[in-house]
Design a protein around this ligand. Structure first.
Ligand SMILES: Nc1ncnc2c1ncn2[C@@H]1O[C@H](COP(=O)(O)OP(=O)(O)OP(=O)(O)O)[C@@H](O)[C@H]1O
Length: 322
């Protein structure tokens, strides 16, 4: 029988994640900047042609946060993820995760980083789980490889599968589980060795909306219960309804962020408010959302006016002059 647990609301989960992360970090004052990208550049050269996949990407993710990075095909999502997961090296800039400098770390440190500091969930379920092992054995495997198997490993595997809502699949092989169940099991495998950071690359890419929501519930629960920092990369803008912070990248740069915060309305009822922010880099550059540009038919030049508490952006076209 499938047990359906009432999921706590986003604000409660976020608070719990921050508390657990603070406990892991040794105090709330050490929370900032678990993942830091500053002016990150990645240039690929193929047959003499240079492709600038990342052109000065800035991103800060705090310890214990659950953040989604969204972007269209070709925007640079996979490039960022490959760099953050230690598979690729950036051309320039700063990339730091959990105190590891991803530009300068040695091959040995890189191996340690990939084995112990970060966990992964990939889009293709087949890449996450071994088909001939049961769900529990799949979760136990990384612990056994790290010398932490035995009864304690088995107990932890069972607990993790329950945490992500697939305790009832413990004795099934991947072929006997649905795509969503496999991905939730993959989340349990990824955190088996208690990584500080979990990266998920399009973890719901092959799933329908309802099943995708279950995978996000699993990610939020893991984030809240274990205090793991989680970064999910996806092309699906609907993800903004599943997490509290969504970072949009466009043309290899951080373009905007959507924050969802809980507020208590005048009627005393808590509601979720969504706000979109443009990201300003150190040089003062930002991208206007495409919808704003279209709505006012802005192009080429815009007129900026500094007001006491805001900046106005107007069409630079001269109007009303003969
Ligand atoms: N190894 C490579 N060699 C040359 N160009 C590359 C390489 N990897 C990526 N690129 C280019 O860099 C840009 C960003 O690619 P990236 O794969 O990061 O985008 P993406 O947002 O993940 O896209 P998708 O959602 O389609 O996977 C693209 O223009 C791509 O063609």
């Amino acid at each position: 029988m499938t047990m359906v647990r009432e999921a706590p609301d986003l604000a409660t989960l976020q608070r719990r994640a921050a508390e657990r992360a603070a406990a892991r970090a040794g105090g709330a004052d050490r929370l900032r900047g678990h993942i830091v990208c500053d002016g990150l550049v990645r240039i690929f050269t193929t047959e003499g042609v240079e492709v600038v996949a990342l052109q000065g990407l800035d991103l800060v993710v705090d310890r214990g946060e659950l953040v989604a990075i969204v972007g269209a095909s070709g925007s640079g999502k996979s490039t960022v993820l490959n760099i953050l997961s230690g598979l690729d090296t950036p051309t320039a800039g700063i990339a730091r995760v959990a105190g590891f400098d991803l530009l300068t770390m040695s091959a040995r440190k890189r191996l340690r980083y990939r084995r112990h500091t970060v966990g992964f969930v990939w889009q293709q379920t087949g890449r996450n789980l071994l088909p001939y092992l049961t769900a529990r054995e799949n979760v136990e495997l990384p612990m056994r490889l790290a010398g932490r198997g035995g009864r304690a490993g088995r107990r932890r595997a069972t607990e993790l599968l329950e945490m992500v809502g697939v305790g009832y699949c413990a004795d099934r092989r991947p072929g006997q589980m649905s795509g969503g169940e496999q991905q939730r099991c993959a989340v349990a495998v990824a955190v088996a060795n208690d990584p500080e950071v979990l990266f998920a690359d399009e973890p719901t890419g092959e799933l329908d909306e309802a099943t995708a929501a279950e995978v996000f519930t699993a990610l939020r629960t893991i984030n809240a219960e274990l205090g793991v920092t989680i970064v999910v990369v996806t092309h699906d803008h609907q993800v903004a309804s599943q997490v509290r912070r969504t970072v949009a990248i466009r043309d290899g740069r951080t373009a905007s962020e959507v924050h969802r915060t809980a507020r208590v309305g005048a009627d005393g009822v808590e509601e979720l408010v969504t706000e979109e922010y443009a990201v300003l880099d150190r040089a003062g550059r930002m991208q206007l959302p495409a919808g704003f540009v279209d709505a006012l038919a802005l192009r080429d030049r815009v007129k900026l006016t500094l007001e006491p508490d805001h900046v106005q952006v107007r069409s630079g076209e001269e109007r009303g002059t003969p």
